[in-house]
Design a protein around this ligand. Structure first.
Ligand code: IPE
Ligand code: IPE
Ligand code: MG
Length: 252
């Protein structure tokens, strides 16, 4: 399916967001509050991923995108980085079979070249194993950065169309790492910070933003419903007036 950039066309909106993108933040603080090591928060965060993936599929969300590791997270203490890497591998080992049986398609997006070759291989295999599924597409962003994405897309586009001087949004869109998905309808960040932290910069142009104080390990199906409830209160105008939006609703 071809998905147009929402700044070029007004997308259809529905009560249940088609695409939800989440910055899963607050694992470390969740653990510190309990006098546990930060990595205990990451382990608990995996449980939250499992429940939110299932809750999303049950609610009819088609695309769920989770920010697992940013291109800036390499700045963390080496011990924490290596625990996170091991956690990725364990999760891939343990969960992919279940995903394959539950209709989940897994995509891993980001600059994978910096990861251990074994992890890269596991990621590729996991994508292949779930490629036939369509109930929910789960994208895990790992070593991902919004600026990296725009730059890799520009580089590949220019390589394919050398000599051109004017490029359009439409020409760039297919080169973005998540070209297979519509742009996120709803963006959620847990953990209280109100920033994008170099997540999907291009694709969030018209997403509804939702911030919650809840730490990621505590984010459950009820919390997801609250975010969807907030989304349903919003009027998505895409540059038009409120009267125009209401007219279009009446006509359809
Ligand atoms: C998010 O939780 C998980 C990753 C970035 C891997 P944090 O680890 O950032 O948790 P806080 O923000 O320090 O509480
Ligand atoms: C954003 O969280 C990245 C992920 C959740 C993977 P951070 O905790 O790294 O973000 P900052 O540093 O607070 O902006
Ligand atoms: Mg954080």
């Amino acid at each position: 399916m071809k998905h147009q950039s929402s700044t070029l066309a007004v997308p259809e909106t529905s009560a249940v967001p088609r695409h939800v993108a989440i910055i899963m933040d607050g694992n470390g603080r969740w653990a510190t509050k309990r006098f546990l090591p930060r990595v205990a928060g990451h382990a608990k965060g995996v449980d939250a991923v499992r429940s939110i993936v299932e809750a999303s599929a049950e609610r009819g969300i088609e695309f769920l995108t989770l920010f697992a590791f940013s291109s800036e997270n390499w700045r963390r203490p080496p011990d924490e980085v290596s625990v996170l890497m091991r956690l990725f591998m364990t999760v891939l080992e343990r969960e992919v079979g279940k995903m394959a049986n539950n209709g989940i398609r897994l995509r891993i997006v980001g600059d994978m070249s910096r990861f251990d070759p074994k992890l890269q291989e596991m990621a590729t295999k996991a994508e292949e194993q779930t490629a036939g599924n369509s109930r929910l597409t789960l994208t895990v962003c790992a070593n991902y950065g919004g600026r990296w994405d725009v730059m890799q897309a520009v580089s590949r586009m220019v390589k394919d169309k050398p000599g051109a001087t004017d490029y359009t949004e439409e020409e760039l869109a297919p080169y973005l790492a998540m070209a297979y998905a519509p742009e996120p309808d709803l963006f959620i960040r847990t953990g209280g910070e109100q920033r994008i932290s170099n997540f999907l910069l291009w694709q969030l142009a018209y997403s509804e933003l939702y911030f919650t104080e809840t730490f990621w390990p505590d984010f459950d199906a009820k919390a997801l419903d609250q975010a969807i409830g907030s989304y349903q209160q919003r009027e998505r105008r895409f540059g038009r007036t409120s009267a125009q939006v209401l007219d279009q609703k009446k006509a359809s």
